[in-house]
Design a protein. Structure first.
Length: 344
């Protein structure tokens, strides 16, 4: 279906966004033709360039740090504030950047990247369910076939990424391609408490196996690592073991980040599902968005020890040709020791 976005009378803008589709549960997909699509490393302070075909994500993971991006996108577009709270709009009002591939092909200058990676999916999953219909990520990959010599990374928790194995293999002949499969735990029940609408862990491991089996350079992004919940040595060890069996070339880890909108969504869930940790989290994340330096050091040590235990070369956690950390790992920080979960 198509139509116009219904806003409260006091908030109607001079123009409105076309509704491209709507789910029975109320999620709307709104057309947002982009003027630009590349985020520079200078603007994000992440050390790599990025592109996101969608704003918002139907998976709606409770902890997602990117919930604030929906508000930023609405503000930049000149539209009035979304009637829904920003944390809710992120998963119920998905902005679809129609024509993203055309803008990318027209504006991408490889020389401007300065040898830095171009990462697809830093603030929204590029293979969320909407991709089945709109195919924006596939079109981005097709546009990148016009270029050569880039370092391209994809971050996703969706098995839908295997749909594009043919393109990934073609791109691998012209570029340095890496696919990061994001997964925080192998425990399906635990995953459901944190990310109800995301693909189950075993589906993501199968996707990783299919990618590596086809010759695509792919690995595991343990993200987010939740203090006291998914950071135990045993849990991370099981996850690394499954990734190794699936042919993962590397493992990197990313600790939990909570911006203002993410806190408003995640902390109530934490209070309901993990009440023993709720006050600790609330105190810690009231002062900062990331984990403490001490936690990062301890977690980094634990991850490194587990990498060695499960046969991952330390070098495989770095970009293959560039002497700096992979984008997924730069988003992480580092982190903990001992056999118990690492607490804030």
């Amino acid at each position: 279906m198509t139509g116009q976005l219904d806003l409260l009378p006091a908030e109607r803008p001079g123009r409105s966004l076309t509704v491209l589709d709507e789910r029975a549960r109320g999620t709307r997909f709104l057309e947002l033709p982009p003027r630009s699509v590349l985020n520079s490393s200078t603007s994000t302070r992440m050390g790599f360039w990025s592109i996101n075909p969608y704003v918002g994500c139907e998976f709606g993971c409770t902890y997602c740090y990117a919930r604030d991006t929906h508000r930023y996108a609405v503000e930049r577009s000149g539209l009035p504030p979304e009637p829904l709270p920003d944390w809710e709009a992120f998963e119920r009002r998905i902005l679809v950047k129609t024509g993203v591939d055309e803008v990318l092909a027209r504006t991408l200058d490889p020389a401007r990247l300065g040898g830095q990676a171009l990462v697809i999916g830093t603030a929204t999953d590029p293979y969320q369910p909407a991709e089945r219909r709109f195919q924006l990520t596939r079109r981005i990959l097709e546009a990148l076939l016009r270029f050569r010599g880039l370092a391209i990374e994809i971050i996703s928790k969706s098995p839908l990424v295997v749909r594009d194995i043919d393109l990934l293999m073609q791109l691998g002949e012209q570029h340095e391609i890496t696919v990061n499969i994001s997964l925080a735990t192998l425990d399906r029940r635990l995953a459901r408490r944190l990310e109800l609408k995301s693909p189950v862990p075993e589906a993501r491991i199968r996707a990783l196996r299919r990618l590596t089996g086809a010759g695509v350079y792919a690995g595991l992004l343990m993200a987010p690592i939740l203090p006291g919940i998914t950071d135990s040595r045993a849990g991370m060890g099981r996850l690394m073991g499954a990734a190794k069996e699936a042919g993962a070339r590397y493992v990197v880890g990313s600790a939990l980040r909570l911006g203002p909108a993410a806190r408003r969504r995640f902390l109530p869930v934490l209070a309901r599902e993990f009440p023993e940790l709720a006050q600790r989290y609330a105190r810690h994340y009231a002062r900062r968005e990331g984990v403490s330096p001490a936690y990062q050091r301890a977690l980094s040590q634990r991850i490194q020890e587990l990498r060695q235990q499960y046969g991952f070369s330390p070098d495989e956690s770095w970009s293959r040709k560039r002497p700096h950390r992979k984008p997924a790992e730069r988003e992480a920080g580092g982190n903990m020791a001992e056999a118990q979960p690492l607490l804030l």
